[in-house]
Design a protein. Structure first.
Lengths: 370, 178
């Protein structure tokens, strides 16, 4: 018996694991960049303080940092414009789906829930009652299909030709023109799915908590990525080569062949939401622990994790602007949205009264379009 | 000699002081046996990677508190083998019809040596508890007394599991090569 021969996959697994271990080791150390970050941030705030005296937008920077515990005092009372020109925001609330134009004007599509953008923002997929509908941003209905069971989380493939959605306990797929509705699987955890860009391949979480990756046009072609992180969100990078799985306390990054490229163990902090930057290089995520929340930024493949913004209460979501220059943070406890300029936090624009403006339970559904 | 206890202590000390090079030396030295041990117990490349990786991450997390006078290997192997046993038990409990046909993406290559393949296949036929003691004894070369300590078992139980496991293994290998 030869016990000393390499086991299958030993070398490749060793390479992958070393990267993960090295990353964990780097983060464990009092990283110089992190230590230096605070003075830099303080300096930035100092500059912003001066700017605040002369420029109205500068007030926001000052307020956000100083009042991080209680919310931004100098926040605008309503959303007057989006900082990225030509883009649109989609917001779900108890009243329905809101489409917000870049000039701040907004339209309510009443009674809709679970809305999401089509790839180029030409349509929305949304749920009304027991129907899945494709609608135009002005509310014109293009098609609808009724299904039994609670309808949830419709997601368009990146070419717009497929929509995946949950119906009761099943994951179904329908073509973008309303034809070909079919059951994909019932062995699924409800609500978590992500299309691989450029393909008709869908990642979802199966009943065992592993990630299943399926070509929906050829369901026999599938693969399983075994993981124990219990993913609550899945995100592909825009090149479709990397899959980010977000679990309650761990973020794992998987390569094309399913190997784990990176693992961010967040300890007791609860990871609430994450968003991949449009260039596919960075991951922004929000986490909560002991009544406080924090917006964090890290590289997809490697790099330190740094805190961009701490705050009291709950941050519930973060999304990138299509141009990658702004992050939009939903500070639920403060009833505010913070538009954060790039990763350098050069500028923060705060908007308050979100619930008054959008209705109860507002949630960011997407910032469109590339 | 590379990988002696003295080297290991130096690597741990270096890693505790922030040396990535020392951490890498420690990792490179221990990875093969940690991964092989996990693989031979769970018989699944992706799970073995996950288990061994978690053991190393646990090591990184508790590096500052680690007593350098203690050998690192047994500490790591205790985590690896116990997690591998847990994983195998859970796997046996939740095995679902049809799941066996699903492809595992990561590291799906197989050993080229047919004898190794026979050994791995034969080992997979044993219970996780028997696999674990055989791996600890013959791959990681612990004495039955050390295995008893690692797994928290009476020494007599370790000896009987070793004896029964090896008998069964010999039988399986014989069957496979017939």
């Amino acid at each position: 018996m030869n016990w000393h021969e390499p086991a299958p996959g030993e070398s490749e697994a060793g390479q992958r694991t070393w990267r993960v271990v090295r990353e964990a080791f780097t983060e464990r150390l009092p990283a110089p960049r992190k230590v230096n970050w605070r003075p830099l941030a303080a300096a930035a705030v100092g500059v912003a303080l001066l700017a605040a005296a002369f420029t109205p937008p500068g007030h926001a920077v000052l307020g956000s940092i100083r009042e991080a515990v209680q919310g931004e005092k100098n926040a605008k009372p309503a959303l007057s414009s989006l900082p990225s020109p030509g883009t649109r925001l989609l917001v779900n609330s108890a009243q329905g789906a809101w489409v917000v134009q870049s000039d701040g004007s907004k339209r309510l599509l009443g009674g809709y829930s679970n809305s999401s953008w089509s790839p180029h923002g030409l349509y929305l997929a949304a749920v009304q009652g027991d129907e899945l509908r494709a609608i135009e941003p002005n509310g014109t209905r293009r098609w609808s299909i009724g299904r039994a069971g609670r309808l949830l989380a419709p997601r368009w493939s990146y070419d717009g030709f497929r929509i995946a959605y949950f119906s009761g306990r099943a994951l179904r797929v329908i073509n973008g023109d309303s034809t070909g509705d079919r059951l994909l699987t019932r062995a699924v955890q409800i609500g978590v799915s992500a299309w691989q860009p450029g393909t008709h391949t869908l990642a979802y979480v199966n009943r065992r908590g592993d990630i299943q990756i399926v070509d929906v046009d050829r369901p026999a072609r599938h693969a399983v990525v075994r993981t124990r992180i219990a993913p609550t969100q899945l995100h592909w990078t825009p090149d479709g080569r990397t899959l980010v799985a977000v679990g309650p306390h761990v973020i794992a990054v998987f390569g094309q062949r399913g190997g784990q490229l990176r693992r961010l163990d967040r300890g007791r902090a609860f990871v609430v939401a994450a968003s991949v930057s449009p260039d596919g290089k960075s991951l922004a995520f929000v986490e909560t622990e002991a009544g406080r929340s924090s917006l964090q930024l890290t590289g997809i493949a490697a790099g330190p994790t740094r805190e961009l913004l701490p705050g009291a209460g709950r941050f519930t979501n973060v999304i990138w602007a299509p141009d990658g220059r702004w992050l939009l943070l939903d500070w639920h406890s403060a009833d505010q949205w913070l538009f954060i300029r790039s990763v350098a936090v050069k500028k923060i624009i705060a908007v308050s009264n979100i619930r008054a403006n959008f209705g109860a339970e507002p949630s960011l559904a997407g910032w469109c379009c590339p | 000699m590379a990988g002696s206890h003295g080297d290991e202590r130096a690597w741990i000390r270096g890693a505790q002081q922030g040396s990535e090079t020392d951490l890498e030396s420690l990792f490179r030295h221990h990875w093969p046996r940690a991964y092989r041990a996990a693989y031979l117990v769970v018989h699944d490349s992706a799970a073995a990677e996950d288990i061994a990786q978690e053991a190393f991450l646990a090591a990184v997390r508790s590096l500052d508190r680690f007593d350098r006078r203690r050998p690192f290997g047994p500490w790591l192997h205790r985590i690896v083998v116990n997690r591998a046993i847990d994983w195998s038990r859970a796997r046996a409990l939740r095995r679902e019809v049809g799941e066996g046909a699903l492809a595992v993406v990561a590291a799906s290559d197989r050993p080229e040596n047919p004898q190794s393949q026979n050994l791995a296949s034969a080992l997979a036929e044993l219970s996780p508890e028997h696999r674990a003691v055989i791996v600890l004894r013959h791959l990681l070369e612990y004495t039955p007394g050390e295995i008893a300590e690692l797994l928290g078992l009476p020494r007599g139980t370790v000896n009987s599991r070793l004896r029964r496991g090896l008998d069964e293994l010999a039988h399986q290998v014989e069957e496979d090569t017939r």
